[in-house]
Design a protein around this ligand. Structure first.
Ligand code: HXC
Length: 519
C-alpha cells in the first residue's frame, strides 16, 4: 500500500470511529435532546485541545454473535485536553454503541486515563451515559468495573474527580461516580439507581418511574447523591469548567489565583443592619456570602439538599475558598443528619485539596427528637465535627449570631484548631438559648411559684439575666475563644487579611494508616 493510501486509511478509520454506533443512532441520541460523547468533549475542553487515546480499540467478545459486531472506540471516548489552559483527562461514554455499556476493553480505556492522570497529577472528568455492564460479556465487565473502582479509590484525595450523568446510570455504573468528588445530573435525561423500576416492581411490588426512583431532582433533594442539577448538558459542561477553576490540579498544588478587581477593603454597610433584632427572625445567609466574596460570586454545592447548611466555593482577593454557613432561613439553621453529612464531605474535599475554609456560624444547636436519634444524629453529627477537627487548611470562622451548645464546638471552633475566629457584635455564644437555660437552672424555684403571672415575670427576669451575660460575643472573647469582635461591614477585609496571614500555615496530623471517621 502506498504511503498516501496508508494516510487515507488512517483518516477513513478516524472518520468511522467518530460515527460511533452510526448515523441512525446519533440521530436517535439527538432526538432525545442528548449530545453525543464527542460533542460533549468538544464543548467541555478548550477548543482544539483534545488528544484522543484508543480510538481503534474494539471489544473482544465472541459470544451472542458479537464477533462481527464491533465499533471503533467500543463505546467510550477517552483522552486528555485542557480547560482554561490546565491539563485534564476525560472519558465520555457513547450511548450509540451498545447503549454505552461497559465491556472489558471499554473499562481498560477508562483505567488508562485514570492511571495517567494520577501519574501527572491532573483531574479526571467522567461523562456518563450507559446501560451498565455489557450483558454479552458477563463477568469480564464486572471485573472491568472493579478495576475502575479501585482506581477511583486510589485517586480520591490525590486528583479531583468529577462525574456528569447525562443519561442512564444503572447497576454497577453508579458506583464509580459515587466514588468521585462531585456528581452532576442533567434534569431531563439522566437517572441513577442500583436497581431499575422493573426489578423494583417484581421484588417489592412498588410502581415507580425512572425519574421518581433516580431522577436528578430526587438525588439532588432527597438522597443527596448528586451535588448539581443542570437544565441542559451544555450548562453542565460549562459548570464543570467553572467548578474546576476553584480547585488545584492535585493535592500537592494550590488552587489557581485569579485576578481580583473587587477592592479588598470594600465596606458593605448593609451588613451592619442585616441581623434582625429579634433573635428568632430568619435572614438569608447567602446575602452575607454574596456581600463579602469577590464580585459577589458564589458557586453553591448541594443547593437542593439540606438547605439548613450552605456550602460552596468563592474567592477572597482571588484566593479560592470553601464556604460553610448555617442558613437561618431554613429550619433556623439547625444541624441535623443531612446537613452534617453534607458539610463533612465538603470540608474534607477542601482539606484534601488545600482550599482554605471560611465558616459563617448562626446555629441554634442540633435538631432533637426520635427521628434524628433513631437515624444516628450522633454518628452523623460527629462526621462534621471530625472533618473540621481533622482539617489542616487555614480555617477562618465568623460567628454572625447564634452559636449554641455542641453545634458551637462543631462549627470550626477555636478548639478544633480554628485559626482565626471572629464574631460580629450580634453573636450569642453559649451552652444553650436563654429560655432553655432558665427552665433548667430555675426549674425547682418555678415549681414553687403558683401564680402564672408571677411565673412569667420570674422567667422573663431570669432569661434577661442569662441573655445579658451570655447572648453576646464578649464572654467568649474574654476567654480568647474568639480572637476579635469585628464590625460586620468590614468582614470582607478582615477575612482577606486573615487569609494573607495564614497563607503559609503548616499543620499536620499524626502519622496513621488512615483515620476512622464515624461513617
Ligand atoms: C449491552 C445494551 C445494554 C447493556 C443497552 N444496550 N444496555 N447492550 N449491554 N447493558 C443496547 C440495547 O440492546 C440497544 O441496542 C441499545 O443499547 C440502546 O438501548 P435501548 O434499550 O434501545 O435504549 P433505551 O430505550 O434508551 O433504554 C436504555 C436503557 C436500557 C434503560 C439503559 O437499554 C436498559 O435497561 N439496558 C439494560 C440495563 C441493565 O440492566 N444493565 C445491566 C446492569 S447490571 P440496539 O442494537 O438495539 O441499538 C450491572 C452490574 C454491574 O451493571 C455491577 C458492577 C459492580
Amino acid at each position: 500500500m502506498a504511503f498516501e493510501e496508508k494516510i487515507k486509511q488512517l483518516l477513513d478509520k478516524r472518520e468511522q470511529a467518530k460515527l460511533g454506533g452510526g448515523v441512525k443512532r446519533i440521530e436517535a441520541q439527538h432526538a432525545k435532546g442528548k449530545l453525543t460523547a464527542r460533542e460533549r468533549i468538544e464543548i467541555l475542553l478548550d477548543e482544539g485541545s483534545f488528544e484522543e487515546f484508543d480510538m481503534f480499540v474494539t471489544h473482544r467478545c465472541t459470544d451472542f454473535g458479537m464477533g462481527d459486531k464491533t465499533f471503533l472506540s467500543d463505546g467510550v471516548v477517552t483522552g486528555y485536553g485542557t480547560i482554561d489552559g490546565r491539563l485534564v483527562y476525560v472519558f465520555s461514554q457513547d450511548f450509540t454503541v451498545f447503549g454505552g455499556s461497559l465491556s472489558e476493553s471499554f473499562a481498560a480505556k477508562i483505567c488508562k486515563v485514570l492511571d495517567q492522570a494520577m501519574k501527572v497529577g491532573a483531574p479526571v472528568i467522567g461523562l456518563n451515559d450507559s446501560g451498565g455492564a455489557r450483558i454479552q460479556e458477563g463477568v469480564n465487565s464486572l471485573a472491568g468495573y472493579a478495576e475502575i473502582f479501585q482506581r477511583n479509590i486510589m485517586a480520591s484525595g490525590v486528583i479531583p474527580q468529577i462525574s456528569a450523568i447525562f443519561g442512564p446510570c444503572a447497576g454497577g455504573s453508579v458506583y464509580s461516580p459515587a466514588l468521585t468528588d462531585f456528581i452532576m445530573m442533567s434534569k431531563e435525561n439522566s437517572y441513577m439507581y442500583v436497581t431499575g423500576p422493573k426489578v423494583v416492581k417484581t421484588v417489592t411490588g412498588e410502581d415507580v418511574t425512572d425519574a421518581k426512583l433516580g431522577g436528578a431532582m430526587v438525588h439532588a433533594s432527597k438522597s443527596g447523591v448528586t451535588h448539581f442539577v443542570v437544565d441542559t448538558e451544555n450548562e453542565g459542561l460549562m459548570l464543570i469548567r467553572k467548578l474546576l477553576s476553584y480547585m488545584p490540579s492535585n493535592n500537592l498544588e494550590e488552587a489557581p489565583l485569579q485576578v481580583c478587581n473587587d477592592p479588598i477593603d470594600r465596606l458593605e454597610d448593609s451588613l451592619n443592619t442585616i441581623i434582625p433584632d429579634n433573635p428568632n427572625q430568619p435572614y438569608d445567609v447567602k446575602d452575607i456570602i454574596h456581600a463579602i466574596v469577590d464580585e459577589g460570586e458564589f458557586l453553591e454545592v448541594h443547593r437542593h439538599f439540606a438547605a439548613n447548611l450552605v456550602v460552596g466555593f468563592a474567592r477572597f482577593n482571588g484566593v479560592s475558598v470553601g464556604i460553610v454557613a448555617n442558613q437561618p432561613n431554613y429550619m433556623a439553621g439547625v444541624l441535623d443528619i443531612n446537613s452534617s453529612r453534607k458539610g463533612a464531605r465538603f470540608v474534607r474535599f477542601c482539606d484534601a485539596f488545600n482550599i482554605p475554609l471560611v465558616t459563617l456560624v448562626d446555629v441554634p444547636g442540633f435538631l432533637c427528637g426520635t427521628g434524628q436519634e433513631y437515624n444516628g444524629i450522633i454518628t452523623n453529627g460527629a462526621k462534621l465535627l471530625f472533618a473540621y477537627g481533622e482539617a489542616t487548611v487555614p480555617k477562618i470562622t465568623i460567628t454572625l449570631r447564634k452559636s449554641y451548645g455542641g453545634a458551637h464546638d462543631v462549627m470550626s471552633s477555636k478548639q478544633l484548631r480554628g485559626d482565626i475566629n471572629y464574631a460580629w457584635p450580634s453573636a450569642e455564644i453559649a451552652v444553650m438559648g436563654a429560655s432553655g437555660a432558665a427552665a433548667i437552672l430555675y426549674g425547682s424555684e418555678l415549681k414553687n411559684i403558683e401564680s402564672p403571672e408571677e411565673k412569667a415575670k420570674f422567667v422573663a427576669e431570669k432569661e434577661a439575666e442569662y441573655t445579658a451575660k451570655f447572648a453576646t460575643p464578649y464572654e467568649a472573647a474574654k476567654y480568647g475563644h474568639i480572637d476579635d469582635v469585628i464590625e460586620s461591614r468590614n468582614t470582607r477585609f478582615r477575612v482577606i487579611r486573615a487569609l494573607q496571614a495564614l497563607a503559609t500555615k503548616k499543620d499536620q496530623n499524626p502519622m496513621k494508616k488512615h483515620c476512622n471517621i464515624p461513617l
